[in-house]
Design a protein around this ligand. Structure first.
Ligand SMILES: [Zn+2]
Length: 392
């Protein structure tokens, strides 16, 4: 065991000793507020580019400078419209700061009537009078605010536990990647949908508590633990979609999701509608005469499509096509296509990009009696489960 700091400083003059001790103490004091070092808290973007928002705090609160954690003001009960001015941020009083940290003693507050746990970071955008509201929240509370939106709270508990671990891992991965940015994740579908305190449910909270601190690692490193609704028989290789080549995100056969509610989808679009959507997304193409699936990848998903217009033939990747048409309409890349009388008939299977855990597969595995770790190790092959709090 290392000797206490005080005893190890005997060789120094008293003045120097005091300076060293003060530096160590102030470092320890600021530690909980320096998010880059604290991997159990996460910064979730709630609002961006907003002129103002309502903030309500019941009970005691502190307002600190985010930059150096200096206490600027404190009080009891706050109900204000937060806005920005050229020189800073206005709450009850005006602060000549670019960013503030609001700490409610109760552990929760309201932004535009939305109930959130943890602290609030308010940032003024550079060179504008617009604000960002960022929820600075404990990782466990964050996962509690997400699960309800990503999975049904009525599902078997082992499936919810598997989802809690995937969600925690995915969030922590982004926190590591975005250390230098003003926030780690957004609260919409581009990260994981986060609803705050109002989204917590008994069973999803229970699953978070039962898996507290557990994350997935591959070769000792946190990875983006992707998941999707239904793979329809085989998951996707991550490197088909992104520049990620990890053994734990490789395609696996999934025999579990056949009875998923999202196993099959069909949609009919006119060729004119397809042209319009492609052009709106910046893909320039004239009126379509025909189109067809050109190539499937190893997991049976569309790799490329051929588009035939008056100008000739163009090839578009499946990924780009789905993104441009709308992933909610083209639910997956596992589809076949027929064109007749100016219309394209899509007949597809599954829902989502297909990478990582198949949620409906996890649901049926849990129903069959499999535990969360078996589910996770099935979809994230060769991944390990570790407790981040114990590892510290
Ligand atoms: Zn599946």
């Amino acid at each position: 065991m290392a000797a206490p700091v005080k005893h190890r400083l005997h060789g120094f003059k008293p003045q120097i000793r005091r300076i060293i001790l003060l530096s160590v103490l102030s470092f320890l004091f600021f530690l909980p507020f320096t998010h880059a070092k604290d991997n159990s808290r996460i910064r979730v973007l709630i609002m961006k580019d907003t002129a103002s928002f309502k903030l309500f705090i019941k009970g005691k609160y502190e307002i600190r400078s985010l930059e150096n954690n200096k206490l600027l003001s404190s009080g009891n009960s706050l109900s204000v419209k937060v806005s920005a001015s050229a020189s800073g941020i206005n709450l009850r009083e005006s602060f000549k700061k670019k960013a503030l940290l609001i700490h409610p003693a109760s552990g929760y507050f309201y932004v535009n009537n939305r109930s959130l746990r943890g602290d609030l970071i308010i940032r003024k955008e550079a060179a504008s009078e617009k604000l960002s509201a960022i929820n600075y929240i404990g990782l466990e509370d964050y996962v509690k605010g997400v699960l309800f939106h990503e999975i049904s709270h009525r599902w078997p508990i082992e499936a919810i536990k598997a989802q809690a671990i995937a969600t925690r891992t995915y969030a922590l991965y982004h926190a590591q990647m975005n250390k230098a940015k003003p926030y780690d994740v957004s609260s919409d579908i581009y990260s994981q949908v986060y609803g705050g305190k109002d989204s917590e449910r008994y069973r999803t909270n229970k699953a978070v508590e039962l898996t507290r601190g557990l994350v997935l690692k591959y070769k000792g490193k946190i990875f983006p633990a992707y998941f999707h609704a239904t793979c329809a028989g085989r998951t996707e290789n991550a490197d088909e979609l992104w520049n990620i080549n990890l053994g734990c995100l490789k395609s696996v056969d999934c025999p579990y999701c056949g009875a998923s509610l999202h196993i099959k989808w069909d949609v009919t679009l006119t060729l004119a509608e397809i042209v319009e959507k492609l052009n709106l997304s910046g893909y320039n193409i004239g009126p379509l005469k025909d189109m067809r699936v050109l190539k499937l990848n190893d997991s049976g998903r569309v790799k490329a499509l051929e588009l035939i217009s008056d100008e000739g033939q163009k090839i578009i990747s499946g990924k780009e096509f789905r993104q441009m048409l709308d992933p909610k309409i083209i639910r997956s890349l596992k589809f076949s296509l027929d064109v007749m009388a100016g219309k394209a008939f899509f007949s597809g299977f599954g829902w989502g990009h297909g990478v990582g855990m198949c949620q409906w597969g996890a649901y049926f595995m849990a129903k069959d009696g499999y535990k969360y770790y078996t589910i996770l190790k099935f979809y994230y092959q060769d991944a390990e489960i570790e407790d981040i709090y114990e590892a510290r």
